[in-house]
Write a protein that binds this ligand. Sequence first.
Ligand SMILES: [Zn+2]
Length: 113
Amino acid sequence: MHEVSIAQNIVEIVTETLRQHPASVVRSVRISAGRLSGVDGEALRFALDVVKDGTVLADADFEIECPPAAGVCQNCGREVEMADIFVLCPHCGSTAVQLTSGDQLQILDMEVE
Ligand SMILES: [Zn+2]
C-alpha cells in the first residue's frame, strides 16, 4: 500500500509550507487524486489519519476528491472520458487518445488558523 508514503509526503509538504507560521493549526486539507493517479482515495484518507498524529495536521480533516480522467483524441480532436490509460476514442475509434487530466495527485488548498 503506497498510500502511506504518499500520506507522509503530504504531511511533509504541509509542514514545510507552514514553517514560517509555527503557531498555525491546519483545519482541513483538500486533496485531488485523479482516477488514474493510482491512488485509492479511501486508502489515502486512512493513511493520512494514521500518519497525522503529532504533526501540524493532527487536527485536520481531509477532503479527497477523485476527479475522472479525461483525454483528447489526436485524430478527431474531441474530448474523451478515460476509464483507463488506454482507451479507444468513442467517436472515431482511434487509439491515439492523449491523457490530459486525471492522473495527478495534488494538494488543492488548505484551511489554516
Ligand atoms: Zn477520435
